[in-house]
Design a protein around this ligand. Structure first.
Ligand code: MN
Length: 727
């Protein structure tokens, strides 16, 4: 940028600018920086000029613009404070001095140093808020040209920007600046994520171009009909804010993109409320989304009314309604107080005593005066700046920022997925603590690990970060799959045995194409899940093999597949023949399935109850236990039996009251066995010397089979009564 361009830019909003002052600053800084070069190879002087240019966009006063031009001279050249005072006056001298002090800060290295720097920054701001404005513009230009510096330095600067400068800009209400700082940091810290989000936002914008125009038009016209002149604009979503929302709320991009944001700018406050009246009369409002930041401004002085309606074209439309002044403050924050308007001289930007931003700064500075240690100070200020975050540290001092409510589980996954997957315990500030303990600011967290762990599925609902949730879901899915494959292997082994063949992976491998699976593990998992019949695996390996379907006469020498699985701790207790692991339709995904404590058999009308982190439990519809879930309809799942041709056995519990005489159990057991059912377990209740109750957990084919057994038992002379128990 040339000398005259800078003057031009300022004159455009400030006809009374001191051109001579600007020109002298330009020449002075150019000479002072001389042959110095930036990392880009450009003359160093281009940097202070660009910083000044950014500040002209905020329409700032001459002193701020000049301070920007001079901001690096004392630190990087032979210039001195005395000389600048002498040439440009003490006001500018003090601004440049404040910036020089900040320039010396090499942030991030150590926690204490970071805290100390942050303290200095705030002190400098409190002396003159224009120091912050120049500092933020300085940081913005450095971020815009960050690709020229080394990758290591790049990451450090981007992190620091995201950590301190962007939130500070936000705290001062400078939303535009904050957005750009965040997006640039995001781009350098997570290039793939940035590209993904940006591309999708761009696509979305293309797709919806017409729709947005239509909504703009319809809203403007509707308001004009009621005599309200309003400027309606579709609002652009920022890549970083979309990303952090996805992270924070564990949402997919699609879930965030169904809302269209619009901004309605009107003349005065009164009209803001009239707009809301018109909008809510015309379109149904979405409950819970109405916020009045005009009557209660945000801490950074932001004012607007927010609402969401089901607008034109049944599209959800989010509206921000505000006046022009409110809009300026929403974009430029504290800098807006200094905006030149209509060519009239504006005061130098200060933090007005009425503003919330001012009182925040004041409180913070007071705390400094109370002499707390820099770390303590940082903790406090950060708490305020990042009120929805907690900052924790690894034993080596690495800072891990987490959303409020995060636990050591989130911490572990934030460090590394492997750390999360192998976490078995945590030490918080040196003491053993549960993995579910909520973390607080400043905690030092050490994760206790054990290899070969699988994170419990229940963690997924405990974790608050998207990263942890996704990783847990992945790990549990892998584990469930391995579990199914293990189960499938047993089923396949038995199927081969029954067919009188020998199972081997070498023989199975060439048969994979016939089974349309790409690996042996796939086949075994499919059998384990009940998606593939074990007999088909045998036939794929031995095409000549003919399966003889035996009459439903189960192999009673077999202790029962059901019991075998139980002994091995396999969760899905579905009993029965090979290939019918979970013979129920309507199940979701890979969720483990179990039966109600007292069983369920085909013929029973059934319902599934989902228990997060555990799976689905199948209950007979008349089960009294279901009452407990009456108020949670979302956990109910429609399921039905899928047992045609199956030889599976299903659990049921019966109570037999019988005369207490030798041989009564034997008679009952024999009868049950003769009917082709298994007895899984028997317990006794002694009712009286003469009577006793036998509680039998048996396995039957279906309801008819069960009822048949019950009738036959009732006929036995020593049996007094027989009932099925449903629980
Ligand atoms: Mn600089």
């Amino acid at each position: 940028m040339r000398q005259y361009e800078l003057v031009d830019r300022v004159r455009r909003y400030n006809p009374h600018t001191d051109e001579d002052l600007l020109n002298r600053a330009y020449v002075y800084a150019m000479r002072a920086h001389g042959q110095q070069k930036r990392a880009s190879g450009d003359p160093y002087f281009t940097h202070p000029l660009e910083v000044a240019a950014i500040l002209t966009e905020l329409r700032l006063d001459d002193a701020t613009i000049v301070a920007a031009v001079l901001h690096d001279t004392i630190e990087d050249t032979g210039a001195t404070r005395a000389e600048i005072d002498h040439l440009f006056g003490p006001e500018i001298g003090s601004l440049v001095d404040g910036l020089t002090k900040l320039k010396k800060l090499d942030l991030v290295s150590k926690r204490a140093a970071q805290a100390e720097n942050f303290r200095k920054l705030l002190l400098a701001i409190s002396e003159d808020v224009r120091v912050l404005l120049v500092k933020l513009a300085d940081r913005l230009h450095n971020m815009r040209t960050l690709h020229y510096v080394s990758p290591e330095k790049r990451a450090r600067i981007a992190e620091e920007t995201l950590d301190i400068y962007a939130p500070l800009a936000g705290r001062m209400g400078m939303q535009n600046l904050r957005d750009e700082l965040e997006n640039l940091s995001f781009k350098y810290l997570m290039p793939e994520a940035f590209a993904m989000v940006s591309t999708r936002l761009e696509d979305l914008r293309e797709t919806n171009r017409e729709l947005i125009k239509t909504i703009e038009k319809e809203l403007t016209e509707e308001l004009a009909l009621r005599g309200i002149e309003a400027e309606v604009r579709g609002r652009q979503k920022q890549p970083y804010s979309v990303w952090s929302k996805m992270e924070r709320k564990s949402l997919a991009f699609e879930q965030l993109s169904d809302i269209f944001g619009f901004r309605v700018v009107v003349g005065d406050t009164d009209e803001c409320y009239r707009v809301i009246g018109v909008v809510h009369t015309k379109w149904p409002m979405v409950p819970g989304r109405f916020k009045d930041y005009i009557s209660t401004p945000k801490q950074n002085d932001y004012r607007s009314i927010h609402t969401t309606v089901v607008g034109p074209g049944r599209q959800r439309v989010e509206l921000q309604v505000r006046t022009r002044d409110m809009h300026d403050i929403a974009c430029f924050g504290i800098a807006a107080h200094a905006l030149y308007k209509d060519g009239h001289e504006a005061p130098a930007p200060t933090l007005s005593h009425e503003s919330n931003a001012y009182s925040w700064l004041k409180r913070t500075i007071d705390m400094l005066a109370e002499g707390s240690s820099p770390e303590e100070f940082l903790e406090h200020t950060r708490l305020e700046l990042f009120h929805d975050q907690v900052f924790c540290f690894t034993p080596k001092g690495r800072l891990i920022a987490l959303p409020r409510g995060a636990t050591p589980i989130d911490f572990a996954y934030a460090v590394h997925t492997n750390v999360g997957n192998s976490a078995v315990g945590a030490k918080i500030n040196g003491r053993l603590a549960p993995l579910l303990a909520p973390l607080v600011n400043g905690d030092e967290v050490e994760i206790v690990r054990a290899e070969g762990q699988t994170p419990p599925a229940a963690w997924e609902s405990i974790a608050v970060t998207g990263k942890a949730r996704a990783a847990i879901r992945r790990a549990t899915r892998d584990a469930v799959r391995a579990q199914y494959a293990g189960l499938g292997r047993q089923i396949v082994l038995r199927a081969f045995e029954r067919a009188g063949k020998k199972f081997s992976e070498e023989k199975l491998r060439p048969a994979l194409p016939r089974l349309a699976r790409s690996s042996i593990e796939d086949v075994l998992a499919a059998v384990g899940r009940g998606e593939m019949f074990s007999g088909d695996v045998v036939k794929a390996v031995y095409p000549e093999f003919k399966e003889e379907r035996k009459a439903p006469a189960p192999d009673r020498s077999d202790p029962g597949w059901f019991r075998m699985q139980k002994a091995q701790g396999v969760e899905f207790k579905s009993p029965g023949a090979a290939g019918a692991a979970v013979p129920i339709r309507g199940l979701q995904g890979d969720l483990p399935v179990s039966f109600a404590p007292n069983g369920a058999v085909p013929g029973d009308r059934i319902v599934g109850i989902m228990t997060p982190g555990e799976g689905i439990t199948v209950y007979p519809i008349q089960s009294p236990a279901l009452a407990a879930f009456d108020d949670q309809p979302e956990r109910w799942l429609d399921v039905r039996w899928d047992v045609e041709d199956s030889q599976a056995l299903f659990p049921a519990r019966i109570i037999v009251a019988a005369i207490n005489e030798p041989g009564s159990l034997g008679a009952v057991a024999t009868l049950v066995g003769e009917q082709g059912a298994n007895i899984d377990d028997v317990t006794f209740n002694k009712k009286s010397p003469d009577f006793r109750e036998m509680i039998l957990d048996i396995q039957v084919f279906d309801l008819k089979h069960l009822n048949d057994i019950l009738s036959r038992l009732r006929v036995l002379p020593m049996v007094h009564s027989v009932e099925r128990v449903i629980g």
